[in-house]
Each structure stands twice: as C-alpha cells, then as structure tokens.
Design a protein around this ligand. Structure first.
Ligand code: COS
Length: 383
C-alpha cells in the first residue's frame, strides 16, 4: 500500500466510526429539531469534510474523486441530511470555482470553504427551469463595471447557511439557449439577495432548501466565473462530478438499509423462528445485497475513470441512475421485511425510506440521466 492509500484508509475508517458512533445516534434529534447539532457540524469540520475536493494548497484535503466517494459512502451510512450540510460546499457550490475560477477567486473563497467557516450553494434551478436547465430566465445585465442580476431560484440547498452562491444567469438574448448563460459568484448579504424560509419536506430533516430571489443584485464584473457564456458548461461539468458523489450517497445509504433489514430478519420471530430463515425474506436480502455490490463497484470504477482524466458524463449518469434506483428498491424491500413495524416512526427504516426518495430526483432525475446516457451512446455511434 502506498502512503496515500494508507492515509485514505485511515480517513475512511475515521468517517466510518464517526458515522456509526456520532451521526446515527444523532438522527432522532435531527428528525425532531430539523437542525444539525453544532457538535456534529464541528465533528464534520474536524474530519476535514468541508474541504474534501479542495486542493491542499487552499487548505482542503485534495481528495481524488475515488477517494471522495469512498469517504461519502461511510458518512452516508447515517441519514443523508448530515452529508447535505457539507455536500454543496464540496460539490456543486465549489466545483465551479475549482474548474473555472481565477486565482483571485480561488484565494478569496476556497480557504474559508475548506474549513467550513463558509458554506457554498449552487443556484441553477428556477421555478420554470428544472430538468431543462438551459431554459433558465434569471437575467444578468451589464452596467459599466458591474452586472445587475434579477430573477428567482428554487430548491437551493443550504441557501440559509451559504456565504457564497454560484448563480447561473442569462447574459445573452432571450433565445440564446445554453450558450447565453454565465455564472457569477454572489456573496451573501449583497443588497437585493433574499433567501426564503426553508420548505417543509417529505424527508431529509436537517437539510435546508429555499427559494432565493435576486432583485437588482449588483455584483462587480470580477464576480463572473469563467468567460461570459460558459455558465452552462460550468454547471454540467460540476454535475458530472457531483453525480458520482450522489451515487456514493446512495451506496452508503443502501448499506445502512441492508443492515437495518438484516438485523430485523435475525431478531424478528414468526412461526416459531427468525423470519430470516424464510426463503422469501432471504430473496429480498439477496437481491438487495447484489444490487448494493453492483452499485458500489460501478461508482468506484467510474470515479477511477474520472481520476484517470476520462470524460465520464455517461458513467456519472449511469452511476447515479443505477445506485439511486437500487437504493430505492432496497429501501422498499427492507421496509417490507419490517412489516407493520416498518410503517411506524419507532424504527429508522420509516425515516430512511422517506429520505431515499429524493435521491432519484435531485442533481438530475433518473429520466434525465437515462437521456444523457443514451445521448452519449448514440453520439459515440455517430448519431
Ligand atoms: N460537460 C461539459 N459540457 C457539456 C456537458 C457536460 N457534461 N453537457 C453538455 N455540455 C455542453 C454541450 O457540449 C453544449 O456545448 P456546445 O454547444 O459548445 O457543443 C452545451 O453544453 C449545451 O449542451 P446540450 O445541447 O446537451 O444542452 P441541453 O439543453 O440539451 O442539456 C441536459 C440537456 C438534460 C443534459 C441538461 O439540461 C441537464 O443536465 N439537465 C438536468 C439539470 C439538473 O441536473 N438539475 C438538477 C439541479 S442542479 S443541483
């Protein structure tokens, strides 16, 4: 084992222990309060998780994508809202700065983001622009040395905590499509930027998503991220990476769901024996274990391909699609094993079942991921 591999295994082990010893026991408290306790946030900071993807020269851990997905799987053994708290800062909220930022922008934001002193949000989705991201209508108009932004964004994770937003706005004409979109870094507290109260949701208690509105928000020209008109590519590139991260979230959660179901199958007795002795229950366990192993292998191999410098748009889409759909099926089977007990709040499976539902929707719905996969295949074949 190389020194780097040994360091990774130490970090993975620390993340595993933190998830099982600190995060899982805190789940009920988060469900009741809707907040991640300060001691947990501090623990996530101490592990360096806010800076996983940020290079060491800016104070982060500088993990490769493979290393990142290994750590994320461990943290997501606990309910996924814990990961959401540092997820946008590692993922979509920061990747644009890493990929497209000037040295000045990197120095200004990355060191604070790496420590978790500042959180980042990614503001792409709008009320009428979700899967069709290139149709967004938030507008940025040049005014001397400034840009003036007007519009509304929807479902913005961590908006109430974020110190900086990567905002996608149209700088081209109304019908300019993807090539008329630019990205901007907008600081919290900029006049005209308003964050609404987080939504009440089906699951994911402790993760906060809000509407964000821009009413004549003036930012200096230096706040533009990358050249004018490259915002859409910036967003897509960030999502290619983030979808591997999200696939790892599903794999981590799938492991937890399997453990909950297996434990229940051992403890619960019916017809005079543990229900795990019944072959129909065994079938549900075996199908779920096979899907878990397949999802884990897929995301880890796809991450290695990305680290090797290959374009992994197709692999990232397949990983997120397969892993999140598999996690959904696993959640359903594990709840079925719990029977009536799976439907009451006393057991973790009820909450995890609601949490897992979101994974097939955000950062690309399963249907959009199917479209991306098929498009890449057909393009390769010359269509
Ligand atoms: N990496 C880099 N560039 C990319 C890219 C990628 N993965 N995907 C597309 N692009 C580029 C294209 O190459 C094209 O550039 P050129 O015109 O120079 O060739 C440009 O971006 C427009 O691409 P395309 O024509 O494919 O745009 P579409 O409007 O057809 O995109 C999809 C459709 C579905 C791919 C896109 O809208 C999408 O991913 N939607 C889901 C958004 C999402 O996940 N939202 C979740 C919330 S954000 S957390």
């Amino acid at each position: 084992m190389t020194e780097r591999e040994e360091t990774l295994e130490l970090l993975v082990d620390a993340a595993r222990r933190f998830a099982r010893d600190v995060l899982v026991p805190a789940e009920a408290e988060v469900e009741a309060s809707g907040e991640i306790p300060a001691r947990v946030v501090q623990g996530l900071r101490d592990l360096g998780l806010f800076g996983m993807t940020i290079p060491e020269e800016y104070g982060g851990l500088g993990l490769s994508v493979y290393e990142e997905v290994r750590v994320v799987q461990e943290i997501c053994y606990a309910q996924p809202a814990f990961r959401s708290y540092f997820g946008t800062t590692n993922g979509v909220g920061t990747l644009g700065i890493l990929n497209f930022g000037t040295e000045e922008q990197k120095r200004r934001y990355l060191p604070q983001l790496a420590t978790g002193e500042m959180l980042a949000s990614f503001a792409l989705t709008e009320p009428d622009s979700g899967s069709d991201a290139a149709s967004l209508v938030t507008r940025a108009v040049r005014d001397g040395d400034h840009w003036v932004i007007n519009g509304a964004k929807r479902f913005i994770t961590n908006a109430i905590h974020a110190g900086v937003f990567t905002v996608f706005a149209r700088t081209g004409s109304k019908d300019s499509g993807a090539s008329g979109i630019s990205a901007f870094l907008v600081d919290r507290g900029t006049p005209g930027l308003t964050v609404a109260r987080p939504y009440a949701k089906m699951g994911f208690a402790g993760s906060h998503e809000s509407d964000v509105t821009f009413d004549d928000v003036r930012v200096p020209a230096s706040a533009m991220l990358g050249p004018e008109g490259t915002g859409f590519k910036n967003a897509m590139k960030s999502l290619d990476h983030a979808r591997l991260h999200m696939a790892a979230v599903a794999v981590g959660l799938a492991r937890r769901l399997l453990d909950e179901g297996t434990k229940y199958a051992v403890e619960r007795r019916q017809f005079g024996q543990p229900i795990g002795k019944f072959q129909l229950v065994q079938g549900m366990l075996a199908d779920s274990q096979a899907e878990y192993l397949a999802a884990k292998a897929l995301v880890e191999q796809s991450s290695r391909d990305r680290d090797a410098g290959r374009k992994t748009t197709l692999e990232a889409a397949c990983s997120k699609y397969f892993a999140t759909e598999a996690a959904g099926r696993i959640a359903d089977r594990m709840l079925q094993i719990h029977g009536g007990n799976g439907y009451i709040k006393e057991y973790a499976i009820e909450r995890l079942y609601r949490d897992v539902r979101l994974l097939r929707i955000y950062e690309g719905t399963s249907q959009i991921l199917q479209v991306i996969t098929a498009r890449e295949m057909l393009r390769e074949a010359g269509l």
